[in-house]
Design a protein around this ligand. Sequence first.
Ligand SMILES: C=CC1=C(C)c2cc3[nH]c(cc4nc(cc5[nH]c(cc1n2)c(C)c5CCC(=O)O)C(CCC(=O)O)=C4C)c(C)c3C=C
Ligand SMILES: [Fe+2]
Ligand SMILES: [Fe+2]
Length: 324
Amino acid sequence: MDDTLPATSAPDTAVVVANLGTPDAPTAPAVRRYLAEFLHDYRVVPLTRWLWCPLLHFVILPLRSGRVAKKYAGIWMDGGSPLAVHTRRLAEGMQARLPGVRVVHAMRYGNPSLAGTLQRLRDAGARRIVVLPLYPQYSTTTTASVDDVARRVDGVRVLQDYHVDPGWVEAVAASIRDAWANGTRGERLLFSFHGIPQRLVDAGDPYQRHCRASTDAIARALGIDPSDIVLTFQSRFGREPWLQPYTDETLRALAAQGVKQVDVVCPGFAVDCLETLEEIAMQNAELFHEAGGETLRYIPCLNDAPAHADALAALARRELDAMA
Ligand SMILES: C=CC1=C(C)c2cc3[nH]c(cc4nc(cc5[nH]c(cc1n2)c(C)c5CCC(=O)O)C(CCC(=O)O)=C4C)c(C)c3C=C
Ligand SMILES: [Fe+2]
Ligand SMILES: [Fe+2]
């Protein structure tokens, strides 16, 4: 846990840049610890505990931890897990844009913990705290879980979503234009979002609608023909139906239709992580190639790009002003 909050001159106001979380090391025990916390969250798996706990502890964690640790090892950076490194750098970029405000990062699962960070900020005198979950699209599985933790602390406001925020939309569009700048544009642009179970959308979760709206807004900013765009969902977990079309099946179908070059962007992920660097840029690129495609070009997340830090700092400032 990070107990070394930077000292600033304005401890009464703070912004917490909150992300999902990630293991502390690319090892089976560290992955197991992380997955255990993540998959015990009722927002993520709402199964009755007498059924879920035995399955989780005796089947899923023993089988999954070692296999997933190897995937993390393949993308690990000098400073740690990509999700942790990029989240930290993004928060530093926002700090530079928010003088007089203390900006820190925290994780819903793993370290530095969101609950501990909020408590330490309060103990250090912060009375106005904005939590900015790094989820552009709202979901009960992600944003609401951050809310669950934040609601236990006084003086905290949580940004609910920014799925069509003009600054963010333009930053994503600019990153796609940059990828196309050298004239190597794929035949299709695929927008791949993390999936959630279809059951949750049927029960009212706005996530799918937000993903559609983000995709449309980014496409509009790019001025591209809707027929050049495909919206898909990745990272299925478990056996029930998740949001469709699935990214992997769509890539196979595109290759079968004779599409050779595809560009993939993941605007549901603020920073690069296992699901983008390993699943899309490695696993799905290989799958596309084996199905007869030539090149899957992965367009990186915004990470700590100046336009990203600008957009999120402006959002944080607006939330702080709304608390005044
Ligand atoms: C971007 C939004 C995300 C949603 C919505 C989401 C829902 C969701 N995820 C799982 C299960 C897993 N997700 C895992 C990794 C992971 N998920 C997100 C984001 C969303 N998840 C990110 C950014 C990451 C990467 C973390 C990293 O360290 O890089 C994993 C862990 C990896 C694995 O074991 O495959 C699981 C498990 C569920 C069940 C769910 C909705 C119900
Ligand atoms: Fe348990
Ligand atoms: Fe996930």
